[in-house]
Ligand binder design. Structure first.
Ligand SMILES: [Fe+2]
Ligand SMILES: [Fe+2]
Length: 327
């Protein structure tokens, strides 16, 4: 039975428990000795761990560790650069008789994949423009099997089973509300843009059915999901007879959604729907990271520094969560 979950570990805890290996490697320390540098995870999050001064006998075991293996560790919870880290004293591979529950180790979106898929396909069906609708539906149908388990990232936001669908669903929920406030916005383009913006993450990353990314694909490394997305839309638009202007506008939304050249966008957004798509993406990613970081924080206290949020600490108020009424 698993007792210690990553998100709830406290500095100076001494723990003995099972975790899943996310990555591992043998490195050489400044003292010229070999050490094990390993990322361990469970359904609540992941944590860096080190086993210093690795013996020859341990080396054989550690070199054999693969991503997705479960291991039992004894460790002390320490802190390094504002983040928790495990200092391992023992590590062994899990045995069948340990009778582990896979669900304890796999981080998963909080909603059922089929329900999320139904939501996004209802959104595609609600598109009024027939061209954008058929393109969006074709994009979903073509990618359905991978969408059911793919994460939205290897690390950071939505790096979880079903994470890409969850990311798409929450962005879609926001689009409708923005369109009610700003009449200039075209809801059809926003829905199509949300559905298409990260769809080529399905080919950019290689993930297993637990939603864990092992590596980036050849095309993922050389082109990335923005350029691959443009290629796919261009090809599908030709197949489906989508008019040139609409196809290129959707391609521009995908191409510009990272906003800055250093984050992969060669063009900045050049119409309102493209501009908003970028911010919906950012809002969903940031709030996901904040939700995750705050899950184990007690009210009235601060989180650890969060790497994905520029090493900010986050505060969890002790004064409740406020009104949920619509204005
Ligand atoms: Fe993206
Ligand atoms: Fe995204």
């Amino acid at each position: 039975m698993k007792r210690f979950y990553v998100a709830f570990l406290r500095t100076d805890d001494e723990i003995s428990d099972f975790f899943m290996v996310r990555s591992s490697g043998i490195k050489i320390g400044s003292n010229k000795k070999q050490y094990l540098d390993i990322f361990l995870a469970d359904k609540s999050g992941e944590i860096s761990a080190k086993k210093w001064d690795v013996s020859e006998a341990e080396l054989a075991i550690f070199n054999d560790l693969r991503e997705g293996d479960c291991v039992k560790v004894k460790a002390l919870v320490t802190e390094w650069n504002g983040a928790k880290q495990l200092k391992l004293t023992r590590l062994r591979k899990a045995e069948p008789q340990d009778a582990l529950e896979r669900a304890d180790f796999v981080k998963s979106a909080p909603e059922n994949a089929q329900d999320m898929y139904d939501y996004v396909s209802r959104a595609a069906n609600s598109i009024v423009d027939e061209d954008l609708k058929k393109l969006s539906l074709a994009l979903l149908e073509r990618n359905k099997s991978k969408l059911m388990y793919y994460p939205a990232a290897a690390k950071n936001h939505h790096a979880e089973l079903g994470g890409l669908l969850y990311h798409m669903k929450r962005m879609l929920m926001m689009t409708k509300r923005y369109c009610a406030v700003y009449p200039i916005l075209n809801l059809d383009f926003l829905i199509a843009g949300v559905l298409a913006h990260d769809i080529e993450k399905l080919t950019e990353m290689i993930a297993n059915e637990d939603g864990i990314v092992s590596e980036y694909s050849f095309e993922g490394k050389l082109l990335g999901h923005l350029v691959s997305g443009v290629k796919v839309i261009d090809q599908m638009a030709r197949e489906l007879g989508v008019p040139y202007e609409k196809a290129v506008m959707l391609e521009h939304m995908v191409l510009s959604h990272h906003y800055e050249p250093e984050f992969g966008s060669p063009k900045r957004p050049m119409f309102p729907e493209a501009e908003l798509l970028h911010y919906l993406d950012i809002v969903d990613a940031r709030l996901y990271d904040m939700e995750t970081a705050l899950q184990a924080v007690s009210p009235g206290t601060f989180s650890d520094k969060v790497r994905t949020l520029d090493f900010r600490m986050l505060y969890k108020p002790s004064c409740g969560s406020g009104s949920k009424d619509e204005l």
